[in-house]
Design a protein around this ligand. Structure first.
Ligand code: EPS
Length: 385
Protein backbone atom coordinates (compact mmCIF):
# COMPACT_ATOMS: atom_id res chain seq x y z
CA UNK A 1 0.00 0.00 0.00
CA UNK A 2 1.53 3.32 -1.01
CA UNK A 3 0.59 6.81 -2.12
CA UNK A 4 1.92 10.10 -3.42
CA UNK A 5 0.31 13.51 -3.33
CA UNK A 6 0.86 16.44 -5.70
CA UNK A 7 -0.48 19.96 -5.90
CA UNK A 8 0.13 23.53 -4.76
CA UNK A 9 -1.86 25.59 -2.30
CA UNK A 10 -3.10 28.06 -4.95
CA UNK A 11 -2.74 25.77 -7.98
CA UNK A 12 -5.69 24.08 -9.70
CA UNK A 13 -5.97 21.41 -7.01
CA UNK A 14 -4.52 18.46 -5.14
CA UNK A 15 -4.10 14.96 -6.52
CA UNK A 16 -3.23 11.67 -4.84
CA UNK A 17 -2.62 8.25 -6.31
CA UNK A 18 -3.12 5.26 -4.03
CA UNK A 19 -1.69 1.91 -5.05
CA UNK A 20 -2.41 -1.43 -3.40
CA UNK A 21 -5.87 -0.90 -1.91
CA UNK A 22 -7.85 -4.14 -1.86
CA UNK A 23 -10.72 -4.66 -4.32
CA UNK A 24 -14.30 -4.86 -3.09
CA UNK A 25 -14.16 -2.07 -0.51
CA UNK A 26 -17.44 -0.12 -0.47
CA UNK A 27 -16.58 3.56 -0.78
CA UNK A 28 -18.46 6.77 -1.43
CA UNK A 29 -17.38 10.35 -2.07
CA UNK A 30 -19.53 11.44 0.85
CA UNK A 31 -17.53 9.23 3.23
CA UNK A 32 -14.30 10.98 2.25
CA UNK A 33 -15.87 14.43 2.08
CA UNK A 34 -17.05 14.18 5.70
CA UNK A 35 -13.44 14.00 6.85
CA UNK A 36 -12.39 16.77 4.46
CA UNK A 37 -15.07 19.00 5.98
CA UNK A 38 -13.90 18.16 9.49
CA UNK A 39 -10.35 19.13 8.51
CA UNK A 40 -11.53 22.49 7.24
CA UNK A 41 -13.21 23.35 10.52
CA UNK A 42 -12.03 24.21 14.00
CA UNK A 43 -12.03 27.40 15.99
CA UNK A 44 -9.09 29.57 14.97
CA UNK A 45 -9.10 28.97 11.21
CA UNK A 46 -8.53 31.94 8.89
CA UNK A 47 -10.17 33.38 5.76
CA UNK A 48 -9.02 30.75 3.27
CA UNK A 49 -11.41 28.14 4.62
CA UNK A 50 -14.34 30.42 3.76
CA UNK A 51 -13.29 30.09 0.11
CA UNK A 52 -12.65 26.34 -0.04
CA UNK A 53 -15.27 23.59 0.12
CA UNK A 54 -13.16 20.46 -0.18
CA UNK A 55 -14.68 17.55 -2.05
CA UNK A 56 -13.09 14.48 -3.57
CA UNK A 57 -13.47 13.28 -7.12
CA UNK A 58 -12.48 9.72 -8.02
CA UNK A 59 -10.66 9.66 -11.35
CA UNK A 60 -9.80 5.95 -11.22
CA UNK A 61 -9.95 2.77 -9.20
CA UNK A 62 -13.57 2.99 -8.00
CA UNK A 63 -16.62 1.73 -9.90
CA UNK A 64 -20.21 1.78 -8.75
CA UNK A 65 -19.24 2.64 -5.18
CA UNK A 66 -16.63 -0.14 -4.80
CA UNK A 67 -12.85 -0.26 -5.20
CA UNK A 68 -11.58 -2.38 -8.10
CA UNK A 69 -8.00 -3.08 -6.94
CA UNK A 70 -6.60 -0.68 -9.54
CA UNK A 71 -4.75 2.50 -8.52
CA UNK A 72 -7.16 5.05 -7.04
CA UNK A 73 -6.74 8.64 -8.19
CA UNK A 74 -8.25 11.26 -5.89
CA UNK A 75 -8.64 14.89 -6.85
CA UNK A 76 -9.58 17.92 -4.74
CA UNK A 77 -10.14 21.26 -6.47
CA UNK A 78 -8.74 24.51 -5.04
CA UNK A 79 -11.53 27.06 -5.37
CA UNK A 80 -8.98 29.82 -4.68
CA UNK A 81 -7.29 28.86 -7.99
CA UNK A 82 -9.78 31.18 -9.70
CA UNK A 83 -7.94 34.09 -8.02
CA UNK A 84 -4.48 32.75 -8.81
CA UNK A 85 -4.74 31.15 -12.25
CA UNK A 86 -2.48 33.70 -13.98
CA UNK A 87 0.07 33.85 -11.18
CA UNK A 88 0.22 30.06 -10.76
CA UNK A 89 -0.16 29.18 -14.45
CA UNK A 90 2.20 26.53 -15.89
CA UNK A 91 2.54 28.54 -19.12
CA UNK A 92 5.70 30.58 -19.87
CA UNK A 93 3.51 33.70 -19.93
CA UNK A 94 2.42 33.30 -16.29
CA UNK A 95 2.30 36.54 -14.31
CA UNK A 96 4.82 35.32 -11.75
CA UNK A 97 5.96 38.84 -10.89
CA UNK A 98 2.57 39.78 -9.45
CA UNK A 99 3.02 37.84 -6.20
CA UNK A 100 6.76 37.28 -5.83
CA UNK A 101 7.79 36.39 -2.27
CA UNK A 102 11.27 37.50 -1.19
CA UNK A 103 10.56 37.95 2.52
CA UNK A 104 10.97 34.65 4.36
CA UNK A 105 8.82 33.93 7.42
CA UNK A 106 10.76 32.62 10.40
CA UNK A 107 9.60 29.07 11.13
CA UNK A 108 8.35 28.39 7.59
CA UNK A 109 10.13 26.41 4.85
CA UNK A 110 10.53 29.66 2.83
CA UNK A 111 14.24 30.45 3.24
CA UNK A 112 15.78 27.00 3.58
CA UNK A 113 13.66 25.79 0.65
CA UNK A 114 14.61 28.74 -1.57
CA UNK A 115 18.32 28.29 -0.88
CA UNK A 116 18.11 24.53 -1.43
CA UNK A 117 16.23 24.72 -4.74
CA UNK A 118 17.93 27.94 -5.93
CA UNK A 119 14.69 29.92 -6.16
CA UNK A 120 14.59 33.71 -6.15
CA UNK A 121 10.80 33.56 -5.65
CA UNK A 122 9.96 31.76 -2.43
CA UNK A 123 6.41 31.18 -3.66
CA UNK A 124 7.86 28.13 -5.43
CA UNK A 125 8.52 26.69 -1.97
CA UNK A 126 5.62 27.92 0.12
CA UNK A 127 2.99 26.77 -2.35
CA UNK A 128 3.99 23.18 -1.72
CA UNK A 129 5.09 23.37 1.91
CA UNK A 130 1.66 24.83 2.80
CA UNK A 131 -0.57 22.67 4.95
CA UNK A 132 -3.11 22.83 2.14
CA UNK A 133 -1.48 19.55 1.04
CA UNK A 134 -2.92 17.82 4.09
CA UNK A 135 -6.36 17.83 2.43
CA UNK A 136 -4.99 15.18 0.05
CA UNK A 137 -3.54 13.18 2.93
CA UNK A 138 -6.87 13.21 4.72
CA UNK A 139 -8.55 11.87 1.58
CA UNK A 140 -5.94 9.10 1.29
CA UNK A 141 -6.05 8.23 4.99
CA UNK A 142 -9.82 8.09 4.89
CA UNK A 143 -9.63 5.27 2.33
CA UNK A 144 -7.59 3.40 4.94
CA UNK A 145 -10.09 4.35 7.63
CA UNK A 146 -12.89 2.83 5.53
CA UNK A 147 -10.87 -0.38 5.26
CA UNK A 148 -10.18 -0.45 9.00
CA UNK A 149 -13.88 0.03 9.71
CA UNK A 150 -14.55 -3.20 7.80
CA UNK A 151 -11.98 -4.90 10.04
CA UNK A 152 -13.62 -3.64 13.24
CA UNK A 153 -11.13 -0.85 13.97
CA UNK A 154 -12.20 2.69 14.86
CA UNK A 155 -10.03 5.81 15.12
CA UNK A 156 -10.79 8.67 17.51
CA UNK A 157 -8.82 11.91 17.60
CA UNK A 158 -9.17 14.82 20.00
CA UNK A 159 -7.38 17.99 21.03
CA UNK A 160 -5.67 17.57 24.39
CA UNK A 161 -3.93 20.93 24.65
CA UNK A 162 -4.02 24.39 23.10
CA UNK A 163 -1.15 26.57 24.32
CA UNK A 164 -1.07 26.29 28.10
CA UNK A 165 -4.61 24.88 28.52
CA UNK A 166 -4.81 21.08 28.92
CA UNK A 167 -8.02 19.02 28.75
CA UNK A 168 -8.82 16.46 31.43
CA UNK A 169 -9.42 13.19 29.61
CA UNK A 170 -9.58 9.56 30.75
CA UNK A 171 -7.09 7.02 29.44
CA UNK A 172 -9.79 5.61 27.15
CA UNK A 173 -12.61 7.80 25.84
CA UNK A 174 -16.07 7.43 27.43
CA UNK A 175 -19.23 7.62 25.29
CA UNK A 176 -19.86 11.10 26.72
CA UNK A 177 -16.34 12.25 25.81
CA UNK A 178 -16.76 10.91 22.28
CA UNK A 179 -20.00 12.85 21.91
CA UNK A 180 -18.37 16.00 23.28
CA UNK A 181 -15.60 15.70 20.69
CA UNK A 182 -18.15 15.51 17.88
CA UNK A 183 -19.91 18.64 19.09
CA UNK A 184 -16.77 20.62 19.91
CA UNK A 185 -15.34 23.29 17.59
CA UNK A 186 -11.94 22.32 18.98
CA UNK A 187 -12.50 18.53 18.98
CA UNK A 188 -12.04 18.74 22.74
CA UNK A 189 -13.76 16.22 25.06
CA UNK A 190 -13.46 18.51 28.12
CA UNK A 191 -15.96 21.33 27.58
CA UNK A 192 -14.58 23.46 30.42
CA UNK A 193 -11.09 23.36 28.96
CA UNK A 194 -12.52 24.03 25.50
CA UNK A 195 -13.85 27.42 26.67
CA UNK A 196 -10.44 28.40 28.02
CA UNK A 197 -8.78 27.20 24.83
CA UNK A 198 -11.08 29.44 22.79
CA UNK A 199 -10.23 32.40 25.00
CA UNK A 200 -6.56 31.63 24.43
CA UNK A 201 -7.09 31.60 20.67
CA UNK A 202 -9.03 34.89 20.81
CA UNK A 203 -6.24 36.49 22.81
CA UNK A 204 -3.55 35.24 20.42
CA UNK A 205 -5.58 36.62 17.50
CA UNK A 206 -5.93 40.03 19.17
CA UNK A 207 -2.20 40.10 19.66
CA UNK A 208 -1.52 39.11 16.04
CA UNK A 209 0.00 35.86 17.26
CA UNK A 210 -0.62 32.13 16.76
CA UNK A 211 -1.05 29.10 19.05
CA UNK A 212 -0.07 25.45 18.85
CA UNK A 213 -1.12 22.46 20.89
CA UNK A 214 -1.30 18.70 21.27
CA UNK A 215 -3.73 16.25 19.73
CA UNK A 216 -4.19 12.61 20.71
CA UNK A 217 -5.39 9.65 18.71
CA UNK A 218 -6.81 6.35 19.95
CA UNK A 219 -7.32 3.31 17.73
CA UNK A 220 -9.70 0.69 19.13
CA UNK A 221 -10.28 -2.90 17.98
CA UNK A 222 -6.77 -3.78 16.77
CA UNK A 223 -5.67 -7.42 16.90
CA UNK A 224 -2.43 -8.51 18.59
CA UNK A 225 0.47 -8.85 16.19
CA UNK A 226 0.53 -5.85 13.82
CA UNK A 227 4.00 -4.47 13.14
CA UNK A 228 7.19 -6.33 14.05
CA UNK A 229 10.09 -6.23 16.49
CA UNK A 230 12.33 -7.83 13.86
CA UNK A 231 13.42 -4.72 11.92
CA UNK A 232 13.46 -0.99 12.82
CA UNK A 233 11.32 0.12 9.92
CA UNK A 234 8.68 -2.53 10.56
CA UNK A 235 8.07 -1.39 14.14
CA UNK A 236 4.59 0.09 14.30
CA UNK A 237 5.65 2.86 16.70
CA UNK A 238 8.45 3.86 14.33
CA UNK A 239 6.01 4.04 11.43
CA UNK A 240 3.42 6.02 13.39
CA UNK A 241 6.02 8.50 14.64
CA UNK A 242 7.34 9.04 11.11
CA UNK A 243 3.86 9.52 9.67
CA UNK A 244 2.84 12.00 12.38
CA UNK A 245 6.12 13.94 12.16
CA UNK A 246 5.47 14.19 8.43
CA UNK A 247 2.47 16.46 9.07
CA UNK A 248 3.28 20.15 8.62
CA UNK A 249 4.19 21.90 11.92
CA UNK A 250 4.41 18.72 14.03
CA UNK A 251 7.39 18.90 16.39
CA UNK A 252 7.00 15.89 18.65
CA UNK A 253 5.28 12.53 18.95
CA UNK A 254 4.57 10.39 21.99
CA UNK A 255 3.25 6.83 22.26
CA UNK A 256 1.43 5.84 25.46
CA UNK A 257 3.12 7.51 28.43
CA UNK A 258 5.65 8.92 25.97
CA UNK A 259 8.14 11.35 27.57
CA UNK A 260 6.38 10.76 30.89
CA UNK A 261 7.84 7.22 30.95
CA UNK A 262 11.32 8.73 31.31
CA UNK A 263 10.39 10.44 34.59
CA UNK A 264 9.22 7.52 36.76
CA UNK A 265 10.31 4.06 37.88
CA UNK A 266 9.80 1.00 35.67
CA UNK A 267 7.12 -0.39 37.94
CA UNK A 268 5.06 2.73 37.17
CA UNK A 269 5.54 2.32 33.42
CA UNK A 270 5.00 -1.30 32.40
CA UNK A 271 1.56 -2.88 32.13
CA UNK A 272 1.05 -6.05 34.15
CA UNK A 273 -0.21 -9.08 32.21
CA UNK A 274 -3.54 -10.75 33.11
CA UNK A 275 -5.37 -13.75 31.68
CA UNK A 276 -8.91 -15.14 31.71
CA UNK A 277 -10.15 -17.94 29.42
CA UNK A 278 -12.93 -15.63 28.11
CA UNK A 279 -10.71 -12.66 27.20
CA UNK A 280 -7.32 -14.35 26.83
CA UNK A 281 -4.29 -12.17 27.68
CA UNK A 282 -4.97 -8.53 28.60
CA UNK A 283 -3.53 -5.61 30.58
CA UNK A 284 -5.05 -3.78 33.53
CA UNK A 285 -3.37 -0.55 32.35
CA UNK A 286 -2.30 0.75 28.95
CA UNK A 287 0.74 2.91 29.60
CA UNK A 288 2.52 1.39 26.60
CA UNK A 289 -0.14 2.84 24.30
CA UNK A 290 -0.98 -0.55 22.81
CA UNK A 291 2.46 -1.25 21.34
CA UNK A 292 5.30 -3.38 22.79
CA UNK A 293 8.42 -4.20 20.81
CA UNK A 294 6.89 -2.42 17.82
CA UNK A 295 3.95 -4.88 17.83
CA UNK A 296 0.31 -4.25 18.79
CA UNK A 297 -0.50 -6.02 22.08
CA UNK A 298 -4.28 -5.93 21.74
CA UNK A 299 -4.81 -2.78 23.84
CA UNK A 300 -5.87 0.49 22.16
CA UNK A 301 -3.09 2.30 20.32
CA UNK A 302 -2.59 5.75 21.89
CA UNK A 303 -0.44 8.42 20.21
CA UNK A 304 -0.02 12.16 20.72
CA UNK A 305 1.55 14.81 18.56
CA UNK A 306 2.63 18.37 19.37
CA UNK A 307 2.03 21.11 16.81
CA UNK A 308 4.02 24.32 16.89
CA UNK A 309 2.20 27.66 16.49
CA UNK A 310 1.72 28.53 12.83
CA UNK A 311 4.65 30.65 11.59
CA UNK A 312 2.53 33.06 9.54
CA UNK A 313 2.00 35.88 12.06
CA UNK A 314 0.34 39.28 11.92
CA UNK A 315 2.73 40.32 14.67
CA UNK A 316 5.99 41.24 12.99
CA UNK A 317 8.97 38.98 13.52
CA UNK A 318 12.34 40.14 12.24
CA UNK A 319 13.61 38.59 9.02
CA UNK A 320 15.86 39.49 6.07
CA UNK A 321 14.79 40.09 2.46
CA UNK A 322 16.29 37.56 0.04
CA UNK A 323 17.03 40.20 -2.63
CA UNK A 324 17.91 43.41 -0.74
CA UNK A 325 19.42 41.64 2.30
CA UNK A 326 17.73 44.32 4.39
CA UNK A 327 16.15 43.46 7.66
CA UNK A 328 12.37 43.97 7.78
CA UNK A 329 9.54 43.11 10.09
CA UNK A 330 7.29 40.58 8.38
CA UNK A 331 3.63 41.43 7.87
CA UNK A 332 0.98 39.16 6.36
CA UNK A 333 -2.52 39.43 4.98
CA UNK A 334 -4.22 36.16 5.85
CA UNK A 335 -3.56 33.27 8.18
CA UNK A 336 -4.99 30.75 10.62
CA UNK A 337 -4.44 31.59 14.31
CA UNK A 338 -4.66 27.96 15.41
CA UNK A 339 -4.98 24.82 13.28
CA UNK A 340 -4.57 22.11 15.92
CA UNK A 341 -8.09 20.64 15.37
CA UNK A 342 -7.34 20.46 11.62
CA UNK A 343 -4.00 18.78 12.34
CA UNK A 344 -5.84 16.29 14.56
CA UNK A 345 -8.03 15.22 11.63
CA UNK A 346 -4.89 14.86 9.51
CA UNK A 347 -3.34 12.84 12.35
CA UNK A 348 -6.31 10.46 12.38
CA UNK A 349 -5.85 9.97 8.63
CA UNK A 350 -2.13 9.23 8.75
CA UNK A 351 -2.56 6.88 11.71
CA UNK A 352 -5.31 5.04 9.79
CA UNK A 353 -2.98 4.76 6.82
CA UNK A 354 -0.11 3.25 8.81
CA UNK A 355 -2.48 0.80 10.50
CA UNK A 356 -3.86 -0.28 7.13
CA UNK A 357 -0.28 -0.89 5.96
CA UNK A 358 0.57 -3.18 8.88
CA UNK A 359 -2.74 -5.04 8.44
CA UNK A 360 -1.95 -5.70 4.78
CA UNK A 361 1.66 -6.56 5.62
CA UNK A 362 0.55 -9.25 8.05
CA UNK A 363 -2.52 -10.60 6.29
CA UNK A 364 -2.11 -9.70 2.62
CA UNK A 365 -5.04 -10.39 0.32
CA UNK A 366 -6.21 -8.69 -2.85
CA UNK A 367 -9.91 -8.44 -2.06
CA UNK A 368 -11.67 -7.27 1.07
CA UNK A 369 -13.22 -10.71 1.48
CA UNK A 370 -9.84 -12.44 1.38
CA UNK A 371 -8.38 -10.00 3.90
CA UNK A 372 -11.37 -10.32 6.24
CA UNK A 373 -11.22 -14.12 6.21
CA UNK A 374 -7.54 -14.03 7.16
CA UNK A 375 -8.12 -11.52 9.95
CA UNK A 376 -11.04 -13.57 11.33
CA UNK A 377 -8.93 -16.73 11.31
CA UNK A 378 -6.11 -14.92 13.13
CA UNK A 379 -8.46 -13.55 15.78
CA UNK A 380 -9.72 -17.07 16.39
CA UNK A 381 -6.18 -18.42 16.68
CA UNK A 382 -5.17 -15.66 19.10
CA UNK A 383 -8.07 -16.50 21.40
CA UNK A 384 -6.76 -20.08 21.59
CA UNK A 385 -3.18 -19.16 22.54
C1 EPS B 1 -1.27 27.99 4.92
C2 EPS B 1 -1.78 29.27 4.79
C3 EPS B 1 -3.24 29.52 4.63
C4 EPS B 1 -4.02 28.35 5.21
C5 EPS B 1 -3.49 27.10 4.53
C6 EPS B 1 -2.11 26.80 5.03
O1 EPS B 1 -3.60 29.58 3.27
P1 EPS B 1 -3.58 30.95 2.46
O2 EPS B 1 -2.14 31.30 2.31
O3 EPS B 1 -4.24 30.64 1.14
O4 EPS B 1 -4.35 31.95 3.27
O5 EPS B 1 -5.39 28.50 5.03
O6 EPS B 1 -4.29 25.99 4.80
C7 EPS B 1 -5.10 25.56 3.79
C8 EPS B 1 -5.29 26.18 2.66
C9 EPS B 1 -5.78 24.30 4.13
O7 EPS B 1 -6.53 23.79 3.29
O8 EPS B 1 -5.58 23.82 5.25
C10 EPS B 1 0.18 27.75 4.97
O9 EPS B 1 0.95 28.70 4.66
O10 EPS B 1 0.64 26.66 5.33
Amino acid sequence: LRFLTAGESHGPGLTAIVEGMVAGLPLTREYLDRQLTRRQGGYGRGGRMKIEQDQVQFLSGVRGGTTTGSPITLQITNRDWANWSEIMSAEPGAKLEQRVVTRPRPGHADLAGAIKYAHRDMRNVLERSSARETAARVAVGTLARRLLEELGVTIHGFVRRIGSVEAEVGSSLSAMEQENIQNSQLLCPDLKAEKQMMQGIDLAKEQGDSLGGVFEIHAYGLPVGLGSHAQWDRKLDSRLAGALMGIQAIKGVEIGLGFGAAEVLGSMVHDEINYTPEIGFYRATNRAGGIEGGITNGEPVVVRAAMKPIPTLYKPLRSVDLETKEQFEASVERSDVCAVPAACVVGEAVVAWELAIVFLEKFGGDSLQELKERVDLWNMQVRQV
